[in-house]
Design a protein around this ligand. Structure first.
Ligand code: HEM
Length: 210
């Protein structure tokens, strides 16, 4: 059998990952057509797309620590796909809310965003993710320049924090799931701070002449 080139191999791996990431959506569509979304299909779809968005967003944040601490360099190649898929699920999540809960009324939607704090948090998270998704192409990275692009993309942490707060505030009784997400996020943020602190301490001291 002909050996795949490195580029073909990567494309194959990315297609496999994308296929796996589309499984929650495929399950929602299948359950929809089999009438097995439960008594409240809209609520079920909102919950499942919200879960998928948050899980994949946290997975995208895990890429850099995996790359740094386990020296798994290849992980970086999948970060953009993870980030874009998280945004994709967040967009479907919002669209379900806009179409079924708000009946496409932008006035009511903005009133709800202003009124209910957990909706404000979810909406802010999505708004932060939007420019990150738009600037994720190679062309945009080149246009912005590496350092500026990296600075902008640090906002992904804010998006994740707001998404976790969104979930935390909407839950009325059992806080187990939002607590688990919050713990994952705190671990991921701590590895970031530990890395920054180490980088700062290891910075070479510039000796003054004389
Ligand atoms: C664009 C603005 C957003 C709106 C209007 C919105 C709205 C909602 C609503 C109405 C619910 C269900 C609340 C309930 O059943 O009481 C929900 C749940 C949820 N949302 Fe959002 N959301 C938004 C953005 C996001 C984003 C950006 C994320 C993640 C990245 C997210 C993650 C979740 C999660 C994890 C749940 C709970 C799912 C579960 O109960 O299993 N949401 N959201």
């Amino acid at each position: 059998m002909k050996k795949l080139s490195a580029k073909q191999q990567l494309r194959l791996e990315k297609s496999g990952l994308l296929l796996a990431l589309m499984l929650p959506l495929a399950r929602i569509i299948l359950d929809y057509f089999h009438d097995s979304l439960g008594a409240n299909p809209v609520e079920a779809m909102t919950h499942r797309t919200g879960d998928a968005a948050l899980q994949i967003l946290l997975l995208s944040l895990a890429v850099t620590p995996i790359h740094r601490y386990f020296r798994f360099r290849r992980a970086i190649l999948f970060r953009r796909l993870l980030g874009l898929t998280a945004f994709f699920y967040a967009l479907i999540h919002f669209s379900i809310y806009l179409v079924f809960d708000q009946e496409l009324s932008f006035g009511d939607t903005f009133a709800d965003v202003a009124k209910r704090p957990y909706i404000t948090m979810g909406f802010s998270s999505l708004v932060i993710m939007l420019p990150l998704a738009i600037t994720s192409t190679d062309k945009m990275i080149k246009r912005l320049g590496g350092p500026q692009w990296r600075r902008l993309h640090k906002a992904v942490y804010a998006a994740a924090v707001l998404a976790v707060i969104h979930y935390w505030w909407l839950v009325k009784a059992d806080l187990t799931a939002p607590t688990l997400y919050a713990v994952c996020l705190i671990v991921l943020l701590s590895t970031r701070f530990a890395w920054w602190a180490r980088q700062r301490n290891n910075k070479p001291v510039i000796k003054q002449p004389g």
